[in-house]
Design a protein around this ligand. Structure first.
Ligand code: ADP
Ligand code: MG
Length: 285
């Protein structure tokens, strides 16, 4: 039995949160659940005017964003702009005070914990690997929580996807890995249960430039192959432009602009976005 209630591991917190919550069954009208969604399928993720307050601080102030099927959206903004808070609304580690969050067109409050875990993979900011679990057990965590019998096979497949030979890496401890290998394992863990959408919180932020470039291209390949939708938090505009189909700029808990990289380059909506692009040398100062 897992001891999950007081864990510092975001994965175990997620499991505990999901188990503690009460799930209303009939509180949303699914027909209006995709205001921004495409014609054929609901958005993979949709936040509808989400507000989150911590005491006097408003971390998110009526934020609406969507991630379409097979799309990668980058969430960019300065430290404290609300990126992590918004990301965690999608796996219910954060519960909005106002507004609603939809996964594949279904109000997140209607999803049972098993469905939520199956559909939404998560790479937390620090990778979140449990140091006293071997790599194999870490990667198997979500399939195990779902009670999937062939979880070892799923874990091996996920390790191969991120370029780690299962026979070599399954038995290693997280402490025996390089920073880049650890982040690969964190991505493998998020992919192991074959989610439709993956949330990544600055997954490549702490890596040296060469390792970061390697992982960025591995991530792009994996997304192309699996067609997994992704919401990628980053503070690196160049990374956002490299990996994302669309970029959402957050500033003090509000959406400053949401656009494709091309649109952002051509028409920054505000002075703030213009300065952001200039600082990142995406456009000349
Ligand atoms: P980012 O990921 O963009 O750096 P966060 O979403 O982590 O920003 O935080 C947004 C704001 O909300 C910050 O001012 C942060 O201090 C505050 N905040 C985040 N989580 C909590 C919390 N659990 N309790 C109180 N304040 C919080
Ligand atoms: Mg953050």
């Amino acid at each position: 039995m897992l001891l999950i209630g007081n864990s510092r591991c975001p994965f175990l917190q997620l499991a505990a949160t999901a188990e503690r919550l009460d799930f209303p069954r009939c509180c949303s009208d699914r027909s209006d659940s995709g205001g921004l969604r495409g014609k054929l399928a609901p958005a993979a993720l949709y936040a509808d005017r989400v507000t989150k307050r911590y005491g006097a601080l408003t971390a998110l102030d009526g934020v609406s964003i969507d991630v379409r099927q097979a799309e990668c959206v980058a969430l960019i903004g300065e430290s404290g702009s609300g990126k992590t808070t918004l990301l965690r609304c999608f796996n219910r580690l954060v519960l909005p005070d106002d507004g609603r969050v939809f996964i594949d067109g279904i109000d997140a409050v209607e999803l049972d914990p098993i469905s939520l875990r199956r559909q939404v993979g998560y790479v937390p900011q620090d990778g979140g690997l449990l140091p006293h679990w071997r790599v194999g057990r870490n990667v198997e965590l979500v399939p195990r929580l779902r009670g999937i019998p062939d979880r070892a096979a799923l874990a091996d497949r996920a390790l191969m996807l991120v370029g780690l030979e299962p026979a070599l890496f399954r038995v290693r401890w997280p402490g025996e890995l390089s920073g880049g290998q650890r982040q690969r394992v964190a991505v493998a863990r998020a992919l192991a249960a074959e989610p439709r959408v993956i949330l990544l919180d600055e997954p490549f932020g702490a890596l040296d430039a060469i390792t970061r470039a390697d992982l960025q291209s591995a991530f792009a390949d994996i997304r192309r192959e699996l067609r997994t939708s992704a919401l990628l938090v980053t503070h690196d505009l160049n990374e956002a432009f490299l990996l994302a189909d669309r970029v959402v700029v957050l500033r003090q808990g509000r959406v400053e602009q949401a656009a494709t990289p091309d649109e952002l380059r051509r028409a920054p909506a505000t002075e703030y976005v213009l300065r952001l692009l200039q600082r990142a040398r995406v456009i000349p100062a």
